[in-house]
Design a protein around this ligand. Structure first.
Ligand code: AMP
Length: 476
């Protein structure tokens, strides 16, 4: 269940009022009936912290900088007030007896509906997810939503734009294409949302973004969301947002919910065997495996299939159809293992992911938090295991520094993993980088008896996960 957090709260309510809002569900946030009905239909009972904080500010017309990651409910936090704003213009038109009272038309506009809200997202999957959310929340409003992204034919997107849309969700590249062809006109945009700004920056979209933002009228409401707040994002916020309010719901070094984490120390050559054994011996129901490269993802799928484990891959070289097909299979009742690269996995919102496996350690520590955030969504618990080869110890060390805690060494399947003596050898050979192995491997590993359990001896419950002395590894 979602609870309101005091930390970082910048909204206009007192804590007593927040409590009342939490108890009273979404009541009290000032949302109109058609939105409340849609929330009831979607079984949303309690507003998440970012929704509590952002919705009143956005309804009051403020620009907003939100520091929040996927899984916090940020999409509804910006979609609900935006839908309300666009819908209320229609009501005003009707009340004023204007000739054209279409929701999107605005007071004096004629012709096809102009785009009044533009949402920019870094990946196709995230864009599609956002469009779905707008459609769900706006189902009792007469507003049109469309999504444009690369990797698919432009024709249906062109037709939708020519018919007229109120809310356009887009990835930057395809939107620029459509703008250059004069198919997408963003000169009437009133609300601009830039989602996952840090990811846009990392993916090299800054130039495209700048070109797009320069074509949006200055007289607009601007919302920017980012999981992390590096200097570049702060600078962009300064340029593009007018006296913004700032809301933050979870620091990047924390996950929205509880994830049990552990790390296997393993040689690079043993990783395929370890993965197969782990998957076969664990109570894995829906598992996401991360590799660093597209080629690595394809290779791993081959290995898993040849070991009798159903697996599919999702990455940027796959056609959009293949990506959608594989994602649908992953969401199904009998999901294959999904092997993904970080970029393709952004914005994947699948309930019931039981395990996230870092087959290769991420080079950037924040990515680790994004990866493990794919499991344990909406209050559930999840398991994240990492396969750390000797040359990846530095990455592990960086992650532990970011988390400000040590990730427990997983000593199940010990026949496949590096022994304590091998670890300490690596530690003493690898200079400064060895500290991590010392902290997360040796010291803990040798201070306790190592597990002698074998995959087959684990009683069908999967490998034993070592817990910290304080219990499960829980990020908060
Ligand atoms: P987001 O962070 O926007 O990607 O949302 C993560 C997931 O939480 C999505 O599946 C939403 O449908 C769901 N969600 C968002 N807000 C709520 C809420 N207030 N109650 C229940 N589920 C929610």
């Amino acid at each position: 269940m979602w609870i309101a957090s005091e930390a970082g709260y910048t909204g206009p309510f007192t804590l007593g009022q927040i409590e009342r809002i939490v108890l009273n569900n979404f009541e009290g946030l000032g949302l109109i009936q058609p939105l409340m009905r849609a929330l009831t239909a979607a079984n949303y009972e309690v507003a998440t912290p970012i929704q509590l904080q952002a919705i009143p500010l956005l309804l009051s017309g403020y620009d907003l900088m939100g520091c929040a990651q996927t899984g916090t409910g940020k999409t509804a936090a910006f979609a609900l007030p935006t839908l309300q704003r666009l819908a209320s213009m229609a009501t005003q038109c009707q009340e004023a007896g204007k000739e054209d009272a279409r929701p999107s038309a605005g007071p004096d506009r004629r012709g096809p509906r102009p785009i009044r809200c533009l949402v920019l997202a870094p990946t196709r999957e995230l864009a599609a997810q956002i469009e779905k959310s707008f459609t769900t929340y706006g189902k009792y409003l007469n507003l049109r939503v469309a999504v444009v992204h690369g990797g698919v034919s432009q024709m249906p997107q062109t037709r939708a734009l020519q018919r007229g849309v109120d809310i356009l969700v887009a990835t930057p590249g395809r939107l620029l294409d459509l703008m250059n062809q004069r198919i997408a006109d963003i000169s009437n945009v009133e609300v601009l949302v830039i989602d996952e700004a840090d990811q846009m920056f990392d993916m090299g979209f800054l130039r495209d973004l700048k070109r797009i933002v320069s074509k949006v009228p200055l007289d607009r409401q601007t919302l920017m969301f980012s999981a992390t707040m590096p200097d570049e994002i702060r600078q962009l916020a300064k340029q593009w947002l007018f006296e913004p309010k700032y809301v933050e719901v979870a620091k990047v070094s924390s996950a929205a919910t509880a994830v049990e984490q552990s790390v296997f120390h393993v040689s690079a050559q043993s990783k395929p065997k370890l993965l197969v054994s782990y998957l076969k011996s664990s109570a894995v129901t829906r598992s996401l495996v991360f590799t660093r490269t597209k080629h690595g993802a394809d290779q791993l799928v081959k290995i898993l299939l040849s070991s009798g484990i159903d697996a599919v891959a999702i990455h940027g070289n796959k056609s959009q159809n293949a990506r959608t097909r594989n994602l649908d299979a992953f969401k199904s009742e009998r999901p294959p293992i999904l092997v993904a690269t970080d970029i393709a996995a952004r914005g994947i919102d699948v309930h019931g992911v039981s395990h996230v496996i870092n087959y290769q350690m991420p080079e950037v520590p924040e990515i680790y938090v994004h990866r493990i955030g794919r499991t344990a969504r909406a209050g559930a618990t999840g398991t994240a295991v990492s396969f750390c080869a000797p040359d990846e110890r530095g990455s592990l060390q960086d992650i532990e520094r970011l988390l400000n805690s040590t990730i427990e060494v997983n000593e199940s399947l010990s026949e496949l993993t590096l022994s304590a003596s091998q670890q300490s050898q690596i530690g003493s050979n690898s200079g400064g980088r060895s500290q991590s192995s010392g902290r997360s491997g040796n010291s803990r590993g040798t201070s306790r008896p190592r597990s002698t359990s074998r995959a087959g001896q684990s009683g069908g419950r999967g490998p034993r996960q070592r817990k910290s002395s304080s219990g499960n590894m829980v990020l908060n």
